[in-house]
Write a protein that binds this ligand. Structure first.
Ligand code: HEC
Length: 479
């Protein structure tokens, strides 16, 4: 089904319209080495109860797995960025006293693959910054649990860097204009506008969020509002008596202004450093404002938040990038409405399209010159709360086989991300992007409001929490 330029426009609208979107860094976090990866081998090499052959110095330290020598480095590398005091996870794992009582639970979550949160299916593709635990790390947690979670000798803790690496040097720092305490529970989506300080065209090559009140900051999505739309956005802000303005769907309220909104990044707790793939960056014009959508998950006793955004800029990059939304416009525009019938426990919808002929319509300011291959560096998908799984892939021209870009086998609205690829994928003219989404719209899977489970109803495309979506997002450059 061919796209006309006119029909192509709302695609960007859709992208901007699904507020609580990716939970990860759109901009493909730094490809610089992750010290926690090195940590694996430290942990993995540590002697375990069945292996005393590694010649541990005679400190009287037990040979079996201990907290200080084996478990603390693992938890520090993979868990404490969320599991620490005042942070988003419900309990801390920073000391032996905190971790030991949970040993069996930690091991079970590790074995089940539910912690740390990392939704992509590894069988689909390899990603940079994959945080899933190695089999050796899981073994360590299991053996530690079986031994009764011993502390061991504090002196045996391996030296070294426990914090996830981020050697990016940021040159722009923007802070929310005022401390804000969310008033809508349990979730509030609020946008703030921050002036963009650069006087010439600039590329964003890294973006990181420094949450103010970690306990309540669930997602932060950052958009660059182009100069011609800035007044309309300030009007939204002026109309809201509190700092910023309420924005569930995206950063804007009117279709005319929203369809041009370019994404810069999406961040969630635990996201490693925010560098985009080397040599690439997203263009921001002078006179733009940065709209920041905060997803606050309220907790009693939380303090006001005043998060910061840190940005690294460059005056030019080798390959300007864009964030390309991918979905079926017929679902969006209603010409072939998305239909998710009430009562069906596994509704599947899919869409395939050779997108290359439309790239210049979608991105009139570049970087594409015509029908030419494009390169995908990172991908994310988006559904709302009844989504169960989704997959984004490339169907090769001539039936030479599909290339999986991203598969989320257990969709969880709370852990959305955009995942940087370990190796890029090139899409050629004639190749088709393919997106597939599944939903459980059975009676048993409906939301509970005030203690009452709601009846199942037919669902379609929309921006509200009671609507659904099926959307792919790709961080793309020209070849
Ligand atoms: C990105 C943030 C994040 C990271 C990293 C993380 N957790 Fe969690 N964890 C959470 C949150 C939030 C919860 C509360 C339940 C939920 O929202 O899923 C949780 C809950 C848990 C639970 C109880 C619920 C369950 O799923 O069993 C365990 C056990 C757990 N985490 C273990 C770990 C371990 C072990 C690690 C490191 C290997 C880890 N977590 C890393 C955020 C995180």
């Amino acid at each position: 089904m061919p796209l006309t330029p006119l029909r192509a426009l709302p695609l960007a609208l859709v992208l901007a319209a699904c507020g609580p979107d990716t939970g990860d860094d759109t901009g493909a976090p730094a490809s610089t080495g992750d010290p926690s990866t090195t940590q694996h081998s430290t942990s993995g090499d540590a002697p375990t109860s069945g292996d005393a052959s590694t010649g541990e110095p005679s400190t009287g330290e037990p040979v079996g797995v201990t907290y200080y020598r084996d478990i603390k480095p693992l938890l520090d590398a993979r868990c404490v960025q969320c599991h620490s005091a005042g942070n988003i996870a419900p309990f801390a794992l920073t000391t032996h006293a905190e971790a030991a009582p949970f040993a069996a639970m930690l091991s079970a979550a590790a074995d089940a693959g539910t912690m740390p949160p990392w939704p992509p299916d590894p069988a689909c593709r390899a990603y940079a910054h994959d945080v899933t635990l190695t089999p050796e790390q899981r073994d360590l947690l299991r053996e530690w649990t079986e031994l009764g979670a011993p502390a061991g000798d504090p002196a045996s803790e391996p030296p070294g860097d426990d914090t996830p690496g981020d050697d990016v040097v940021y040159d722009v720092e923007l802070q929310l204009p005022a401390p804000y305490l969310p008033t809508i529970t349990p979730d509030e989506y609020r946008c703030f506008l921050l002036d963009w300080p650069k006087a010439e065209d600039t590329f964003v090559t890294a973006l990181d969020v420094v949450p103010g009140e970690r306990q309540i900051v669930h997602h932060v999505i950052t958009y660059a509002i182009e100069p011609q739309d800035v007044d309309a956005y300030h009007a939204l802000e002026d109309a809201d008596p509190d700092p910023g303005y309420v924005c569930y769907g995206g950063p804007g309220a009117s279709a005319e202004s929203v369809y041009r909104v370019p994404w810069l990044s999406a961040w969630a707790p635990g996201t490693p450093g925010g560098a985009m793939p080397a040599g690439t960056g997203l263009r921001v014009q002078p006179g733009s404002v940065i709209a920041v959508q905060m997803h606050y998950h309220g907790l009693p006793g939380a303090k006001a938040d005043q998060s910061k955004i840190r940005i690294r800029t460059a005056s030019k990059v080798d390959r300007p990038a864009v964030i390309m939304p991918f979905t079926n416009l017929d679902w969006v525009l209603g010409s072939e409405p998305m239909h998710i019938p009430a009562g069906d426990p596994d509704v599947m919808l899919s869409h395939e399209l050779d997108i290359t002929p439309y790239l210049t319509f979608l991105f009139p300011k570049g970087p594409f010159k015509g029908t030419e291959p494009f390169v995908v560096h990172a991908a994310g998908t988006h559904q709302h709360t009844l989504g169960t799984k989704n997959k984004l892939s490339v169907v090769r021209k001539g039936g030479t086989g599909d290339e999986c870009l991203l598969e989320i086998p257990r969709w969880d609205f709370n852990w959305q991300g955009t995942y940087p690829f370990a190796a890029t994928a090139t899409v050629h003219p004639g190749d088709r992007l393919r997106l597939e989404c599944h939903w459980d719209n059975s009676a048993a899977n409906q939301p509970v409001v005030d203690g009452v489970q709601q009846p199942a109803k037919d669902l379609g495309w929309g921006e509200g929490t009671g609507d659904e979506m099926c959307l792919g997002m790709l961080y793309v450059t020209a070849q």
